[in-house]
Design a protein around this ligand. Structure first.
Ligand code: HEM
Length: 478
């Protein structure tokens, strides 16, 4: 059920043969110039994106650019000067050449905050040898030896949520996304402390609530820096900088308080125990890593779960089929559930763009991207392209069933969807997130029929979110 490409990659951690053969085929081909979107000096095409709706509509704006300029083009969007690519073969070529310490791009505002306030952060913010040192340790604990027994502690988390939802039987859930934020942070806590979750949850419930509120604000504030560089906003003491600082302060403070309390439960059978007792990691570093896991988990799992419930709420027959399958199949073994989640993450890729900066020239199919350029993979565009998925705008979980020749029914190029990224820098929480989301969907559909009341569209708060509140009505299954 996990991202097969990533598992394949991790298993062969000497540079993948499959990848090397791809590079060989394309380094010798003749190359063309990269098409450039013309803009003004310094600001580039910033006014075009402003006219198109700003950073919240960046996915649609870039999708149109790909239609005009093809799968590779260069555009300077205000502070962001990048080569944008949308062909899965070019993405494979890029990953194949990303090197031992792949470099991604962090939002400028986040880096400026860390610099200004001397804040040291976790894995996502690390690079080079330091990143690889901790990444290797965490790969083993969180991906290779993922502890499936921790699912026992997830039970309490979903039971608490669904006990609260009993009050809304026959009604719309009043604040779905807030509930899902609390759920995803609670899952993370349960994963960290394992069996001790029952004992610890009362002790930390206030911290979980504070954190759930502040994380969302960080993402909402960050997207505003698409059109004004964070440095300028800071220099001019603009409200967007002040609001951003408040939101980050509050999320880091709440997460740090939470982790300090959780450390007293590190003797349990959870992730904290694996990290602190099996490896010689200083306590400050453990705190940095865990604080960032909690922050990373909050938004991502909450919104992806919401997209899954939203989609299922529009699909009564898929819900009924899933409920039937779950009567006699464990959620971990349920192909339909697995396909539903894959399809949700394809239609609503939480990370609509994945970024790499390569220290060397990168050879694509028809182009060479010079070293140290920002390269942005347009995942929203590739996920919704009919060249790679039949009827790409339709929710069709069965497209992920395999035919006799082992190919998928309705998927022409599976590499066009990479919900957790790819390679050694891919999401460290992917197994945890997939298991938690499958568990939540399964438990919800076993208990409730769900109905989505209003359609929503995708906008970006850095990640893929709905443009208005998702309203879902629940009815207890008899
Ligand atoms: C549905 C849930 C999630 C989605 C869709 C998601 C997606 C992603 C993506 C696309 C990346 C960048 C990958 C790349 O550049 O190749 C990433 C990185 C990361 N994710 Fe997740 N993520 C999810 C949940 C989580 C959770 C639960 C955690 C908590 C452990 C987490 C922690 C991280 C970290 C620490 C990184 C940076 C890894 C590194 O730089 O080595 N994510 N995630």
């Amino acid at each position: 059920m996990f991202n097969r490409h990533c598992i394949l990659f991790l298993r062969n951690n000497t540079k993948n043969k499959f990848m090397s053969s791809i590079i060989k085929d394309y380094t010798n081909e003749s190359k063309k110039d990269i098409p450039i979107v013309k803009g003004l000096p310094v600001v580039g095409t910033i006014f075009s994106i402003l006219l198109a709706g700003g950073g919240r509509k960046l996915h649609e704006y870039i999708d149109k650019r790909h239609q005009q300029y093809g799968s590779v083009f260069r555009e300077k969007l205000g502070p962001l000067d990048a080569v944008w690519i949308s062909d899965p073969l070019d993405m494979k070529l890029l990953f194949a050449q990303e090197g031992k310490y792949p470099q991604h791009m962090l939002p400028e505002a986040w880096l400026l905050y860390n610099d200004t306030y001397g804040q040291q952060r976790g894995l996502y913010f690390m690079d080079g040898k330091e990143w690889w040192k901790y990444r290797q340790i965490l790969n083993k604990i969180m991906l290779k030896d993922f502890n499936i027994n921790l699912i026992k502690s997830y039970n309490t988390v979903t039971n608490d949520l669904f006990t609260e939802w009993e009050n809304y039987n026959g009604q719309v859930i009043p604040n779905l996304i807030a509930d899902l934020y609390k759920l995803s942070i609670s899952f993370m806590v349960a994963h960290l402390v394992g069996r001790a979750y029952d004992e610890c949850k009362m002790h930390v419930s206030n911290d979980v609530n504070c954190l759930a509120q502040s994380i969302q604000k960080v993402f909402q504030c960050t997207v505003k820096f698409t059109v004004i560089p964070a440095k300028t906003a800071k220099l001019l003491k603009l409200n967007i900088w002040n609001d951003f600082v408040c939101a980050v302060d509050s999320s880091i403070d709440s997460a740090s308080n939470l982790v300090s309390k959780l450390l007293s439960y590190s003797g349990g059978d959870g992730l904290l125990n694996s990290i602190s007792n099996t490896h010689d990691i200083p306590i400050d570093m453990i705190k940095r890593l865990i604080v960032d896991f909690i922050i990373a988990a909050g938004d991502t799992t909450a919104y992806s779960t919401q997209w899954a419930l939203y989609t299922l709420g529009l699909e009564k027959s898929t819900q009924n089929n899933l409920r039937k399958c779950l009567l006699d199949t464990d959620f971990l073994e349920c192909d339909l559930l697995n396909n539903i989640l894959k399809e949700v993450l394809r239609m609503y890729p939480l990370a609509p763009f994945i970024v790499r900066i390569s220290p060397n020239d990168v050879y694509l199919k028809n182009h060479i991207i010079p070293a140290n350029n920002l390269i942005i993979m347009s995942m929203f565009t590739s996920c919704r392209n009919r060249k790679y998925f039949q009827c790409p705008n339709e929710f069709k979980p069965d497209r992920w069933n395999r035919q006799l020749n082992n190919k998928y029914y309705g998927v022409i190029e599976p590499f066009a969807t990479l919900p957790y990224g790819f390679g050694t820098r891919s999401c460290i929480g992917q197994k945890m997130a997939n298991t938690q989301m499958c568990f939540t969907i399964a438990e919800c559909i076993k208990r409730y029929e769900i109905k989505t009341i209003n359609p929503v569209k995708i906008v970006l708060d850095l990640i893929t979110v709905p443009d208005s509140c998702v309203n879902i009505k629940i009815h207890k299954v008899k």
